[in-house]
Design a protein around this ligand. Structure first.
Ligand code: F6R
Length: 240
């Protein structure tokens, strides 16, 4: 694992966008693994400006997002589909049909999850996976537990995550209790992983990631087993 410790959020966003831009330039038909949440928003803004200035084009790129609430309609302004359209896809030249999110309205969520893993495989696998990290160490919706699930799957949200995500909803009651999420195995199949973290609320999770231990009680620690992971964080998240 390689740590890049930045002075602030802006620096994190610029660094992450540079790495993604290099990939898009060298492989225009790359497969991007994308995340929602507050952390990657700055990176997406940088990518939008690189696209608008003509530095990079997403015209041939394909994307797969990590997760989606369940059940939720894509038109719900709290859905991750809505978030991705608003924060990235509507502002860049990626064809909408090249952008993929798990269907929060799937009648058969298990079949939806299996088909998603299959589609990623058929697309050639994810070239670069962007990750945020929960303050409890969750990755996508792989929450701390005795066991983790490898493939994409339906999962319940923990109270901690419901609480953390309730800031986006009118009340905690409105946060969906389930999600469809790429599993640790699906995430690990990515050729390269970039994890972004800022702020003191992530310091404990990142501290465990910096230690030598691997534990399912902090799913992010499994990233130590992946051959190409870069963590881009600020000093507060790094624990300095
Ligand atoms: C988002 C996701 C989540 C977030 C994590 C951090 O697709 O899978 O795991 O990355 O909850 O969220 P923020 O960035 O809002 O602190």
């Amino acid at each position: 694992m390689n740590f890049i410790v930045c002075n602030n959020y802006e620096e994190i966003s610029k660094k992450a966008a540079e790495i993604i831009a290099e990939l898009v330039k060298s492989k225009p038909d790359c497969v991007l693994g994308l995340a929602t949440g507050s952390t990657p928003v700055g990176t997406y803004k940088e990518l939008i400006s690189k696209n608008k200035s003509g530095e990079i084009s997403f015209a041939r790129a394909v994307s797969y997002n990590l997760d989606e609430y369940y059940p939720i309609s894509p038109d719900n302004d709290q859905s991750y589909r809505y978030f991705m359209n608003a924060n990235l896809f509507s502002h860049i030249d990626i064809p909408m049909e090249n952008t993929h999110l798990l269907n929060g309205e799937a009648e058969d969520p298990d079949a939806e999850c299996r088909a998603y893993d299959e589609a990623i495989k058929n697309a050639g696998g994810i070239d670069i996976q962007i990750l945020g990290i929960g303050r409890n160490g969750h990755i996508a919706f792989n929450e701390p537990d005795k066991e983790l699930i490898a493939p994409t799957h339906k999962t319940g949200l923990t109270e901690d995550t419901i609480d953390a995500n309730s800031r986006f909803f009118a009340s905690a009651d409105l946060v969906p209790r389930y999600a469809l999420t790429m599993g640790m195995g699906s995430i690990f199949a990515a050729k390269k992983i970039i994890l972004l973290a800022n702020g003191a609320s992530k310091a404990q999770a990142i501290g465990e990631l910096r230690s030598d231990k691997i534990t399912t009680s902090n799913p992010s620690t499994l990233l130590k087993l992946h051959p190409d992971v870069t963590i881009i964080c600020d000093k507060e998240a790094y624990g300095e």
